[in-house]
Design a protein around this ligand. Structure first.
Ligand code: ZN
Length: 489
């Protein structure tokens, strides 16, 4: 199990050689969505970034346990410590149970992810299913002296922690600066210090999502779930923790503090963060009217969209930028991605019809090496796609007979394109279109009518032959009193 993979570690601000703690096993955790609304481009970028990492590690033959959580409780409006739960707020607006909201958006999120060919994680734990684990961690943090209880709520004591362990390492912030940037406590707050954050909140009477605990009927703080669930499934120390850059502070910073306070050591070896997506140069936001969901993109239903963009166009668009660079959405950029994707898929199709020769004029090994190097350099999919696209010129020359290739080199070239484009980057050939499958259905019906006609003419030989031929094609025929029915296996 050797690799030459270097990843940029947000914690040390350096590219570091990737060495798993216990090879061949790799523990990978990425923060998943808070399920109170439809997924948008930002969700797609985060999911695709860590999907490609997951796929790449699998291709290097690591045994990867990929945990991607679902936040279904505790994430309050504006990521704050006081206020309404995002899911509960949505539930009240729609007169639904909070768990109905969760189920609805979780199902839709999974459909979007499958459309984008994002692999399912190994485990998809939900915060509401791990309340006991979160309470246990709070107790450990309290025993270690880094948390205090006030009126049934428990807060993390940042000052006590910072006296022994530096707080703010991941985001490069200092407690003093945070304090001067935070408005002073208004006398209403129970916190000792404005930078403290909640581990457990006592539920006010209107709060529906609540669990009993030794402190109060309440609910966990947002940051706690990822500490508790990553530890439960990946151990007290694991390899990679990923997420969007917007989660770096306070979410991941607090996660580190909770783990060190509760378990005595930092849990994560490599922190990886993907950059954000802007829309025509602007930050994306519900209030700015430039908030485009994935379904709207797939269907072309948004005022800002000139056309619909298929899931593979979105995937291509996201991967043609390095994950740590910003990426700006525009119709032009997506149209360019659509062209690029089609060029790549056409080239893969062209490869199937190339004539071989006893001599290669194309240097397949050099192209393969360039592709490998790009991915080893902090997963540079932008560079990798550039190499794959530049190889197309040569593929076209091979097809025109202007360059030649041996059988062995052609096999390598085919496998190079298939493994990078399909297995690692996760691009897919377009699904059989609705029209094509409609025609297929009509054709099968027509053939079955011919078979029925043959049977009524007592031509059983022809009827059986049709049945056998269809079976060979993977189409099963079942004769019923009212006619034959069929299904594709
Ligand atoms: Zn998280």
């Amino acid at each position: 199990m050797t690799n030459n993979l270097y990843v940029y570690n947000t914690l040390t601000r350096k590219k570091e050689r990737f060495e798993p703690i216990k090879p061949p096993f790799v523990g990978l955790y990425a923060c998943g969505p808070t399920v109170y609304g439809d997924a948008h481009l930002g969700h797609a970028r985060q999911a695709i970034t860590f999907d490609v990492l997951y796929r790449y590690l699998l291709s290097l033959e690591y045994k990867v346990r990929y945990v991607r959580n679902i936040t279904d409780v505790g994430h309050l409006e504006n990521d704050a410590d006081e206020g309404e739960d995002k899911i509960q707020k949505k539930a009240q607006l729609e007169s639904l149970e909070p768990m109905e909201v969760v189920q609805y958006y979780m199902n839709r999120y999974r459909l979007n992810m499958h459309a984008l060919n994002v692999l399912d994680p190994s485990i998809e734990p939900r915060a509401s299913g791990h309340i006991i684990e979160q309470q246990e961690l709070i107790e450990l943090i309290m025993e270690a002296g880094y948390a205090y209880e006030v009126n049934g709520s428990v807060y993390f004591d940042v000052n006590a922690y910072n006296a022994k362990h530096p707080y703010g390492q991941l985001s490069g912030r200092k407690v003093e600066d945070l304090l001067s940037n935070t408005r002073s406590l208004d006398g209403q707050s129970e916190k000792r210090n404005p930078v403290d954050f909640s581990l457990w909140k006592k539920a006010d009477p209107a709060h529906i999502m609540r669990w009993s605990s030794k402190w109060s009927e309440g609910y966990p703080g947002w940051h706690l779930e990822c500490s508790a669930m990553s530890t439960k499934y990946l151990g007290k120390q694991f390899d990679i923790h990923g997420g969007g850059m917007d989660l770096l502070f306070p979410h991941h910073e607090c996660e580190i503090a909770q783990n060190v306070a509760g378990y005595g050591k930092p849990s994560v070896r490599y922190w990886m963060h993907n950059n954000m997506i802007t829309i025509n140069g602007q930050k994306m936001g519900r209030s700015l009217g430039n908030f485009i969901t994935l379904d709207e993109l797939f269907e072309g239903k948004h005022l800002m969209l000139e056309q619909a963009y298929g899931p593979m166009v979105i995937r291509f668009f996201i991967l043609q930028a390095h994950y740590r660079s910003t990426l700006d959405f525009s119709n032009e950029a997506l149209q360019a991605s659509e062209k690029g994707l089609n060029r790549l898929l056409n080239a893969v199709a062209t490869l199937a019809g190339i004539q071989v020769s006893d001599k290669s004029t194309m240097d397949v090994k050099a192209l393969a090496d360039r592709c490998t190097k790009a991915m080893e350099d902090d997963m540079n999919t932008a560079m990798l796609m550039g190499h794959l696209l530049s190889g197309i010129t040569q593929i076209n020359k091979l097809a025109e007979g202007k360059e030649t290739i041996t059988t062995e080199d052609l096999e390598k070239l085919v496998s190079l394109y298939h493994s990078w484009a399909f297995s690692v980057l996760g691009l897919q050939l377009p699904e059989t279109s609705g029209k094509a499958s409609e025609i297929t259905g009509d054709l099968i019906e027509m053939i079955l009518q011919l078979r029925t006609a043959a049977k009524s003419n007592r031509d059983f030989e022809t009827a059986d032959r049709i049945r056998n031929e269809l079976t060979n094609l993977g189409i099963t025929i079942k004769d019923r009193k009212d006619g034959a029915v069929w299904e594709i296996n």
